[in-house]
Design a binder for this molecule. Structure first.
Ligand code: ATP
Ligand code: MG
Length: 565
């Protein structure tokens, strides 16, 4: 692991270069813009996930790298799905990821009056009309890619009629869905987005910010570009599926008295193996109770990753390593895991814990005698210091580290085998104790008193080194182990996401035992349980009992097979 470090550090120092950074650089060099303004525009209808992290790192990252600013703007145009809980969670998660919007917090709802005025502006120019066509019919009349759309009879309404009807819409004179305001653009356009898109719909629903002030709400398309312009955004960066919306984005900017002309550029959305990044499906998992909440550590949400113990710096690093591209692809989950391990390897102190304890009694160790041993907190960082461990006649080791009928390749505990107990002594297993059902419940061993520190006095070879905790002062804990939420790299490929859920994604071990120093860990702190992985105290458990989440194993499963001892 250590020999890899210089390479990874070199990668970390490499300056990010991609087509968006090149574009920004060129715009600044040409004097096209004096200073850049970007924005991250979440819709508050769910929690942020790893895909959003890509957009956040891009938008805030550009502002930092090029000395501009980045706005946080809530795209809150659909009060049916949006909630204050989501607004609060989004702010918390953007901050946690390491970014700050300063004074630049905005909402599309801040612009509702201006957007309304601009809708009237289009009506006055003969470029918008109120259409009473029922939604299903309107959809059918839009045509297809090979067939032009058909005009609604309302398309020829006079400016005066449209004006009066739109005011009535706003005044609440119509029921939900009775009519909409549409732009009058081109029903024969090859781009469906230009076939008289809807600008306003009637929704008699209170809004988290504007209350009952409005009963008509602008669509995403009518709000987004104009909000960008009102904030003097220079570079409006969005995912590829909005490329088809760009002509509409520009049509609005071209026909409205906007104070600036932002430019939209699209990049590929992030997709990751074994992971679903669809807000709708994630909402569904939460609603149906398939996960414990938005912050379930198996969720790809920032709240879930935080609770699982993933450091925000690892997410930023991951996003930088995958780069920006103009073509959609699926990133290997192993790349994310790599970034997490790199950070935790540096940050996490080492401790010992036993997940599935098996008692080990050292028959020739004096009863009631306790020895103090010194243990290193971080092998790569002497500054992290050492701590004292107590060792006695009775300890616990990992059940998996013993085999009754060992194969040739198994070098750990078995009757007659000698192993090293980390920081302590060499012990040899003499016999096993079984319960009535024939289960091994205890190992009887002897130790070599001359092997203190774990070194054989005669230099004899002892391959395996095991972790352990002392029976006298170990702390009981619950430990939760996680696997991917889906059991295939391309969840949903069969057409049924639920069928691809991994039934073994959570394993709860209620009888784990920890080294005593683990009682004092701060929330959010990471630790390596030697040989077992990186862990963190669970942020959400309210009881006094210790609960730890495994963030990630030490190496991926494939590598583990290679180094099995
Ligand atoms: P929905 O799935 O409901 O359309 P969304 O995931 O696009 O929602 P938004 O709140 O609209 O969520 O997203 C905010 C910003 O994050 C948008 O600019 C969007 O392009 C970006 N974003 C969302 N998902 C990804 C992703 N997987 N990769 C990169 N950027 C993303
Ligand atoms: Mg969206």
């Amino acid at each position: 692991m250590d020999d890899k470090k210089p390479m990874l550090e070199a990668a970390a120092n490499e300056e990010a270069r991609d087509f968006i950074r090149d574009l920004v650089q060129a715009d600044l060099a040409r004097g096209q813009v004096q200073s850049i303004v970007t924005r991250f525009p979440p819709e508050p209808n769910g929690y942020l996930h790893l895909g959003h992290a890509k957009s956040i790192c891009l938008n805030f990252g550009l502002a930092t790298e090029f000395g501009g600013r980045c706005h946080l703007r809530f795209d809150d145009t659909n009060p049916v799905k949006e909630e204050q809980e989501y607004i609060d969670a989004i702010k918390r998660d953007v901050r946690w990821l390491g970014f700050d919007w300063g004074e630049h917090l905005y909402h599309a709802s801040d612009y509702f009056q201006t957007l309304y005025d601009w809708a009237e502006h289009l009506i006055r120019a003969g470029l918008a009309y109120v259409d009473d066509t029922p939604p299903d019919e309107m959809r059918a009349m839009r045509g297809t890619l090979t067939e032009p759309g058909r005009a609604s009879p309302d398309r020829d309404r006079s400016v005066e009629t449209n004006f009066a009807l739109f005011r009535d819409m706003r005044a609440g004179k119509f029921a939900n869905g009775a009519c909409v305001l549409r732009a009058k653009i081109d029903l024969a356009s090859g781009n469906m987005n230009l076939r008289d898109p809807v600008l306003y719909r009637i929704l008699h629903v209170a809004h988290p910010r504007t209350g009952t002030q409005w009963c008509i709400y602008p669509t995403y398309d009518f709000a987004h570009g104009q909000s960008d312009a009102l904030e003097h955004v220079t570079h409006s960066l969005c995912t590829l599926e909005f490329a088809d919306h760009r002509p509409l984005y520009e049509w609005f900017l071209g026909h409205l008295p906007v104070p600036a002309r932002p430019r939209q550029t699209e990049f590929a959305r992030l997709n990751i193996g074994y992971t679903v990044l669809s807000k709708r499906y994630l909402t569904d998992l939460v609603r149906r109770g398939i996960v414990s909440g938005w912050d379930d550590p198996r969720m790809p949400t920032l709240a879930g990753l935080r609770r699982r113990g993933v450091p925000p710096a690892a997410i930023r690093d991951f996003v930088r390593r995958i780069g920006m591209s103009k073509a959609n692809s699926v990133v290997d989950l192993a790349m994310f895991d790599h970034a997490i391990r790199d950070h935790l390897n540096q940050a996490a102190e080492r401790r010992m814990a036993v997940l599935r304890p098996l008692k080990l009694v050292i028959e020739n160790f004096p009863e009631n005698h306790v020895e103090e041993l010194e243990a290193v907190n971080h092998p790569g960082n002497p500054g992290a210091g050492t701590r004292r461990l107590r060792f006695g006649r009775e300890i616990f080791v990992e059940r998996d580290d013993f085999m009754e009928n060992p194969s040739n390749k198994f070098f750990r505990l078995a009757v007659g085998r000698e192993v090293r107990l980390r920081y302590a002594y060499l012990v040899t297993c003499r016999e096993v104790v079984k319960d009535a059902a024939g289960n091994v419940v205890e190992l009887r061993c002897t130790y070599d008193p001359a092997s203190r520190g774990g070194n054989a006095p005669d230099g004899r070879k002892v391959k395996a080194t095991l972790h352990w905790v002392s029976a006298r002062d170990a702390l009981p804990a619950e430990v939760r182990l996680y696997a991917t939420l889906f059991n295939r790299p391309d969840p949903g490929a069969s057409g049924d996401l639920d069928a691809d859920l991994n039934p073994g994604s959570l394993e709860v071990l209620s009888g784990a035992l920890l080294e005593p120093s683990l009682a004092e860990m701060a929330a959010g702190e990471a630790v390596q349980f030697e040989r077992l992985g990186y862990f963190c105290p669970d942020l959400a458990s309210r009881s006094d009992a210790l609960v730890f989440n495994r963030t990630i194993e030490l190496r991926d499963t494939w590598a583990k097979v290679q180094v099995q001892s």
